[in-house]
Write a protein that binds this ligand. Structure first.
Ligand code: SF4
Ligand code: SF4
Length: 101
């Protein structure tokens, strides 16, 4: 496994397979109904529906062993639109200190 500097992370080097699901720690608003099970839904301070996050900071629907989404087919629209290699993704990846590929 090759360690690469975070500054070198680009759209062509970043990949979800070597990421600890960084983006699954972000707040995810539910703006459409994609069938997310109620047990994974919380209400924010403004009454909006969001994905529930557990004490470790990650989304409740994330499998902690595989770091994969357990409701992939029913994941929220925001998760569907969060693109691997896009600016937001790379910024999330740079929030940690080492990266592997
Ligand atoms: S989209 Fe980006 S931040 Fe999210 S899991 Fe994949 S590499 Fe990590
Ligand atoms: S619903 Fe799935 S893809 Fe979206 S934040 Fe939760 S675990 Fe990640």
């Amino acid at each position: 496994m090759e360690i690469i500097p975070l500054a070198d992370l680009t759209a062509s080097t970043v990949t979800c397979s070597t990421c600890a699901a960084c983006c699954c720690q972000l707040e995810v608003l539910l703006i459409t109904d994609t069938g997310v099970p109620q047990r994974f839904i919380a209400t924010d301070d403004w009454g909006g529906e969001v994905m529930l996050r557990l004490d470790d900071g990650w989304c409740a629907a994330l499998d902690r062993d595989s770091m994969k989404c357990t409701i992939y087919e029913k994941r929220p629209l925001i998760c569907r639109e969060f693109e691997m290699g896009a600016l937001e993704c790379i910024e999330e990846r740079r929030g940690i200190t080492t990266a592997y590929r």
